[in-house]
Design a protein around this ligand. Structure first.
Ligand SMILES: Cc1ncc(COP(=O)(O)O)c(C=O)c1O
Length: 365
């Protein structure tokens, strides 16, 4: 029987404990977070806000919702906030009232767990490797109708394949689904880490389509997985239904202050854009030089790879790289992938070179 693998990357605590080192000594390529770290203006603002924790947060998160409303270009009644994108995913499953959902995979594992927790059956539509893991939208629609599913959940850009679907294709899908009362949920947790986030996002479409839910997060772009802040953009009615399922204080005081990131940290935004425009392609091209590895082209800050070297699997590579304090994500527990796949995050140039150097050192025979 296959060994249980962790559901997610980023478990530096467990790996560090196994190695007997401090978590900070590991270079974590298993979690896909902006390597520039938390924006400096957010860090200082949160310090200043600490004493606000003696009061309850604003239950309506008015300040944050106003900031998000301006950022996304929708009314604040089209937004609900929660403890990370993950909580929003569970909340949607809990409120959409469908029996079956179609999920293009391989994709983020947690969708299945969330579906199960709400008693929703999952039908996986396979993203074909030979098509670069891209979705064939006609096939996906037919598959959904054939399966009599009430919803589709599509991750864009997709974790772990790093594929990005065109916004135009998504608009057509949402429109076609709308005619059949099929809900479409798009997880855009990584959208701001693509080259043209505004053009790639479909969040503003919620003004036109009642069947669309867009999931977003502060987690990846602003490197704050520990603060837990995500949101959903959808029609006013859908948002009211989601909020009815939330506790009275859906997020904590510090998270409700995180909207400061939209104010004038131009240096951080410039550096992030520069990095996302250069580094994924740099690392991808370098990985393509290894005959032992097939790397799939990235649209965002992580790269899916397949081991081609005889006798190697992701767990063996992971153990080898751990010797250099490098942590990668074994991708074997993603539906439709096997133990030859692994995923690595794109980091800043020095770290990217560090993993390349470690890979070059390996005797693949
Ligand atoms: C595609 C995708 N959506 C959502 C999440 C969860 O994000 P958060 O940490 O904001 O809950 C992740 C986390 O890895 C993810 O990969």
């Amino acid at each position: 029987m296959a060994k249980e693998r962790p559901l997610h990357g980023g478990n530096i605590y467990q790996e560090a404990q196994k190695l007997g080192v401090e978590p900070s000594e590991l270079i974590d390529f298993s979690a896909n977070i902006n390597p520039l770290g938390m924006p400096p203006n957010l860090m200082s603002h949160l310090h200043r806000c600490l004493d606000m924790c003696v009061n309850y947060p604003d239950p309506d998160s008015n300040k944050l919702k106003n900031q998000l409303s301006e950022y996304i270009g929708v009314d604040k009644t089209n937004i609900c906030v929660g403890n990370g994108a993950l909580e929003i995913i569970y909340l949607i499953f809990d409120s959409i009232d469908v029996k079956k959902i179609v999920i293009p995979a391989p994709t983020f594992n947690e969708y299945e767990k969330a579906a199960k927790s709400s008693g929703v059956e999952v039908a996986y539509y396979e993203r074909q490797e030979k098509a670069g893991f891209k979705v064939n939208f006609e096939e996906l629609f037919d598959f959904t109708v054939h399966n009599k599913a009430g919803a589709i959940l599509l991750c864009n850009p997709n974790n772990p394949t790093s594929t990005l679907e065109e916004a135009g294709e998504l608009v057509s899908l949402v429109a076609k689904c709308s005619e059949r009362e099929i809900k479409v949920i798009i997880d855009e947790a990584f959208i701001e880490l693509t080259k043209m986030p505004k053009e790639n996002s479909v969040a503003s479409l919620v003004k036109d389509f009642d069947n669309l839910y867009v999931i977003r997060a502060f987690t990846k772009i602003f490197a704050i997985p520990g603060l837990r802040l995500g949101y959903c953009v959808s029609s006013q009615g859908n948002i009211a239904r989601l909020e009815a399922k939330q506790p009275s204080w859906p997020i904590n005081t510090l998270a409700s202050e995180a909207g400061i990131v939209f104010e004038s940290d131009e240096e951080y935004i410039r550096k992030t854009n520069e990095w996302i425009n250069i580094e994924p392609n740099y690392l991808y091209k370098e990985l393509c030089e290894f005959p032992e590895i097939k790397a799939f082209p990235p649209s965002t800050n992580f790269i899916l790879c397949k081991l081609l070297a005889y006798g190697w699997d992701a767990e063996r590579l992971k153990s080898k790289l751990i010797e250099d304090k490098i942590l990668i994500r074994n991708a074997e527990n993603f539906v439709f992938l096997d133990n030859t796949y692994f995923r690595i995050a794109v980091k800043e140039r020095d770290s990217n070179n560090h993993i390349l150097k470690a890979l070059k050192k390996i005797n693949w025979r």
